[in-house]
Design a protein around this ligand. Structure first.
Ligand SMILES: Nc1ncnc2c1ncn2[C@@H]1O[C@H](COP(=O)(O)OP(=O)(O)OP(=O)(O)O)[C@@H](O)[C@H]1O
Ligand SMILES: [Mg+2]
Length: 225
């Protein structure tokens, strides 16, 4: 079954002076075990779609369903805490927490006992290629690529096998960007994660299993699935 489905979804931002239709009648389906890349011009609605998938907001029209359940009927705080985690271009790590603590934090919010949090966080950091000697460091002591891997480990800590990444390679050089995409591909292909990433970079999009394009709020599929 499809992990995530989007059916006729529209979303507009309303300000005092204007209404901007950021996502217009989007329909698509995402399967577990694959990496999807969403490309498109600046302002075409990519981040808006991602935040709808993350449950940060509800669509004006249409349905987003996760494992067949309409997000509208679910506790979206719980969904965000334990299933859908977002990885951002700017990493958004907490500077006063160590690498390990950044990864244990989501588990703390989910009520995982301390010893288990630390054990699981260490394993997740190893999984994204960060050896033990980095775990006690503060984020600013790491390279950009390493920081993004911490952010990915933190998103894995949510436990839901759904990763939504907005320009995860945007602050990285080519090599570090490719490493990060390779980690996401491995998580999808080996462990069944669904990864949806937004990117401006055609090389990154080319590495994904499938490509979607946003044009003025309209979503279309590129190439064969
Ligand atoms: N908080 C907001 N209030 C009002 N309009 C917004 C808001 N956020 C985004 N928009 C508008 O919605 C449209 C889609 O924006 P969105 O951020 O989803 O685009 P994007 O494809 O992610 O762009 P970029 O590639 O620059 O990140 C744009 O016209 C933008 O100006
Ligand atoms: Mg954006």
């Amino acid at each position: 079954m499809e992990r995530l489905t989007v059916s006729g979804v529209s979303y507009s931002y309303r300000t005092k002076y204007q209404t901007v239709r950021a996502v217009s009648d989007a329909t698509c389906a995402f399967e577990a075990g694959r990496v999807y890349a969403i490309t498109g011009e600046s302002g075409s609605g990519k981040s808006t779609l991602l935040s709808l998938l993350a449950g940060l907001d509800l669509p004006d029209e249409g349905v987003i369903a996760v494992d067949g359940d309409d997000l509208r009927g679910r506790n979206r705080d719980a969904y965000r805490r334990s299933e859908a985690s977002v990885v951002y271009q700017a990493f958004h790590l907490l500077p006063l927490l160590t690498v390990l603590e950044n990864v244990t934090l989501p588990m703390e919010l989910n009520g995982v006992p301390k010893a288990e949090r630390r054990r699981r966080a260490a394993a997740l950091l190893e999984k994204v290629g960060l050896p033990e000697e980095t775990h006690g460091k503060f984020p600013k002591m790491l390279s950009g690529g390493q920081q993004q891997r911490v952010a990915i480990a933190r998103s894995l800590a949510a436990g839901g096998k759904l990763i939504l990444a907005d320009e995860p390679t945007g602050n990285l050089d080519t090599e570090n960007g490719q490493n990060v995409v390779n980690i996401l591909l491995e998580l999808a292909h080996r462990e069944g994660y669904l990864v949806i990433l937004v990117t401006h970079n055609p090389d990154v999009a080319a590495m994904a299993d499938a490509r979607l394009r946003m044009t003025d709020g309209i979503l279309s599929e590129e190439g064969a699935p």
